[in-house]
Design a protein around this ligand. Structure first.
Ligand code: NAD
Length: 258
């Protein structure tokens, strides 16, 4: 029997690069997928899952709309796993960030993840347990640009720990992953336009490369699975070693081949 056979896995942002990969990963292991996404590309993602004979459906909504999230979770049959994956950044620097764009990004990234966790936790309590996995970012831990997005991701890490503490008594685990740069279609497009973009980035990663979407999915899958039954409140970098330290500075300080 597959690891997630008969389980209902709700994935926000399931029409995007990492989200679709997550849906394929869980779907290939027997899960029924419910994708929550505001994008019109949800149709194409649904077709890709159908082609792979994965049981899935999509609900089109903005997770930053609390009422829409409540209504969506009320019509989902069961919620065994929630992956809070939807996320985006509007402005890469503080100079271009306005009070309105800050509030909008915090709402879409952090408040939305809370709305989904809140609704999912109620369902999981009724069912006697479940697992929540939040997709934060290395931006939640270090300043790497995208100020509102980074603040939202830092909030997501803090929220994960609170969820783990308060929901543990109901058999609900909550964990978080922090990806570094992931080779999603967006990055592939950027690299096609400018091949140096990835070469420049890869210097910062001890493994000498960026992360593949499947490598995020396998860690999320582990955290959602019974193999991680004693893991709750963990924050795991999936970043090819980026957050181990500043390798570019280390090279300069040691003045030696590493
Ligand atoms: N790609 C990377 O390098 C990288 C690195 C670190 C963290 N992450 C995180 O991984 C997650 C997925 O990123 P991705 O690269 O696949 O991005 P993506 O843009 O390819 O996909 C994101 C998906 O989320 C949906 N979405 C965004 N905001 C939404 C909202 N408010 N309501 C409903 N749907 C919404 C979008 O429509 C899209 O389909 C994000 O949380 C992102 O912050 C990505």
């Amino acid at each position: 029997m597959s690891a997630f056979s008969g389980k209902s896995v709700v994935i926000t942002g399931a029409a995007g690069g990492i989200g679709l990969c997550l849906a394929q990963w869980f779907g290939a292991r027997g899960a029924h997928i419910v994708g929550l996404d505001r994008s019109v590309t949800a149709g194409a993602a649904m077709s890709a899952l159908e082609d792979a004979e994965i049981a899935a459906r999509f609900i089109r909504l903005d997770i930053g709309d609390a009422e829409a999230v409540e209504a969506a979770f009320a019509e989902i049959e069961a919620v065994d796993v929630l992956v809070n994956n939807a996320g985006y950044s509007n402005h890469h620097v503080l100079r271009l960030t306005t009070p309105a764009s800050w509030a909008e990004e915090i709402n879409g990234n952090l408040n939305g993840a809370f709305f989904c966790a809140h609704a999912a936790a109620a369902r999981m309590r009724e069912q006697g347990g479940g697992a929540i996995v939040n997709i934060a970012s290395v931006n939640g831990q270090s300043a790497l640009g995208d100020p509102a997005y980074s603040a939202a991701k830092a909030g997501m890490i803090a929220m994960t720990r609170t969820l783990a503490q308060e929901l543990g008594q109901y058999g609900i685990r909550a964990n978080c992953v922090m990806p570094g740069t992931v080779r999603t279609p967006l990055w592939r497009e950027r690299a096609q336009k400018d091949p140096d973009v990835l070469r420049t980035l890869e210097r910062w990663y001890p493994l000498g490369r960026i992360v593949e979407p499947e490598e995020v999915a396998s860690v999320v899958g582990f955290l959602a699975s019974d193999a991680a039954s004693a893991v709750s409140g963990a924050v795991i970098p999936v970043d090819c070693g980026l957050s181990a330290g500043n390798i570019v500075m280390t090279r300069e300080l040691t003045l030696e081949e590493l």
